[in-house]
Design a protein around this ligand. Sequence first.
Ligand SMILES: Nc1ncnc2c1ncn2[C@@H]1O[C@H](COP(=O)(O)OP(=O)(O)OP(=O)(O)O)[C@@H](O)[C@H]1O
Ligand SMILES: [Mg+2]
Length: 402
Amino acid sequence: MNPPATQDVTVLDLPFFDAQVSDVTLGSEVARLLEQNHSLPGVIVMNKKRFRGMVSRNQFFQRLGRPFGIEIYSSRAITAFLDSLPAPPLVVPAETTIQNAAIICLARPAENVYDPFVVSGKDLPPRLVDFLALIVKQTELLTAAQIEAHAQRAAAISASNAKSDFLANMSHELRTPLTAIIGYSEILIEDVKAGQIDGAVPRLESIAKSGLHLLEMINGILDLAKIEARKMDLFLTTFSLPDFILEITALALPLMKKNDNEFKVTSDHAVVEMHSDEAKLRQSLTNLLGNAAKFTSRGRVTLDVQKETRADGDWVVFQVSDTGIGMSEEQMGRLFESFYQADSSISRRYGGTGLGLSLSKQFCEMLGGNLTAKSALDQGTTFTMKVPVRSKEPAGNASDLR
Ligand SMILES: Nc1ncnc2c1ncn2[C@@H]1O[C@H](COP(=O)(O)OP(=O)(O)OP(=O)(O)O)[C@@H](O)[C@H]1O
Ligand SMILES: [Mg+2]
């Protein structure tokens, strides 16, 4: 949680003393009161319900210590002391910020800069506040503000580094399939010129594959840019959830076979119709299943679909679990960052751009849901995607295609 902004904290938030005496109280009684309670920085003097003045411990005992001080102030009403003061006490309005109160207090003459002060507000009995309490609070706020500023700076640097890393990575990623496309095309041209067309099909296949990979990357970058610019629309339709699961299963099966993974789909069949953005759900789920398939070898991947009923409505919970390589706590901490891959060898070994999860999470959130993950190194991973059975059109989006 963020600390309160310095300007939101006022003198009303400071601890205070409600030590009050009447203006007819004798000086000797005030002296006794202050002697009995060492933490009291002073007392407020009232005339019935009206504020009459403030006795500061320091100033009062200084006066008593002067020649004839005890004779002059002890046996008379405390007003005699108040009337002897060169200036009235410092009274600050309740809405004064800690920062401003500190400036006002510190501007007092050197001999009473450490005196307590009075906080006054409408319908509020005057409060006596210790100067030290003000300074402690101000230091606390400044320290919290400094820590917050450091954290924001670190987050900004980390985001900027992530983008620079991404750009460096991406130019390499974009160049690799492009180089393949250009290389194979040039060989093909030479072959065709020489009348040799035997090896044409595998080369054309490589060109098509590289082109497809390039397209996926560019689409991912464009989607993220669209989300960042808040230009990504939702296209909500009503569709059959069982048909959707069948379709996803068919899409995922070839991916599972690639690494010899067993694939199991379970569902409670409790939700028949969903009102959601089918394409965004499909993209999110295929990424989760694609990741599970990619990072698991000769293991097991499961997709489980359940209904959850909560006070805020009905939800569909898609859970994708695998028995694959898993992730460390540190890797998990950055999992949903755009352009993040657990380490630099991932893109070389497994391909991908590190955009999938960031997109999946943002799609789920656009649908009013969320995406979370649990994992441990070498112990598999579980992603849980919760989306409302009926997503709502965001305010200002008129593109409902029902
Ligand atoms: N099921 C999983 N098991 C282990 N690590 C995973 C799993 N899912 C994701 N990760 C880690 O999180 C990283 C980010 O995943 P994400 O889907 O965003 O990117 P990607 O799969 O590498 O590329 P893309 O999805 O863009 O093709 C992966 O590179 C991998 O390091
Ligand atoms: Mg992925």
